[in-house]
Write a protein that binds this ligand. Sequence first.
Ligand code: FPP
Length: 241
Amino acid sequence: MDIPKTLDKHNIPNHIAIVMDGNGRWARKRNLPRVAGHNAGMIALKEIVKASSVLGVKHLTVYAFSTENWKRPQEEVKGIFKLLILYIEKELAELHNNNVKVNILGDYKELPKEALNKLEKSLETTKNNEGLQFNIALNYGGRREILRAAYLLAKDFSEGKVTEAEFTKENFESKLYTKGMPDPDLVIRTSGEMRLSNYLLWQSAYSEFVYTDVLWPDFTPKDLEDAIISFQHRKRRYGGV
Ligand code: FPP
């Protein structure tokens, strides 16, 4: 039987998580500095956020800066935060108009002051919005998140707030950055790499993965639809038959 290659609008994944990879290679192919690749990546991101809203995706999570990304050259790290500031300055009003709620996953309080101020403003402005939940992973690491949750739950235990019997999946998840969010149904990674790279390690236990060779700055809403179509043909069994 031929598999239809059209999007089923009634089976849109509730939560899509993306590893936006390939900005550096996109720039190198054009003899541009790496930051130019991130700039093009930011432009691609704007379109994907809009398309996700239109498609009815409820949660979109993007990996913008990992706990390991501090190892990159100073100039590149600074450039990424400048772009983040620019992105919020340019997009906040429109995100808010479109009922998008911004959330941050990661220890974002450690970010440079100006970026932190802008982020806090975007969290405050959009906090009551009920449309697309747009989660930006910043200074995010999956192992760090799991360790942090284990520490927080153990602390509650030592203070007598939880009992040993309350070391449950639900109580543990309430200590993750993703508290209250559903797990990602679909994880997309661009640029041909097939790694998780410390992204949503706990949450992606049963996610479907789609990899594409497209570099992130070239990733369009059409590519997003293709990834969703691929997802729609998977049989999810969650360990059953
Ligand atoms: C990975 O590509 C990309 C990043 C680590 C940064 C992602 C940043 C953006 C998309 C733009 C900024 C937008 C916001 C909201 C902060 P890479 O540099 O690892 O690419 P490479 O593997 O080709 O070198």
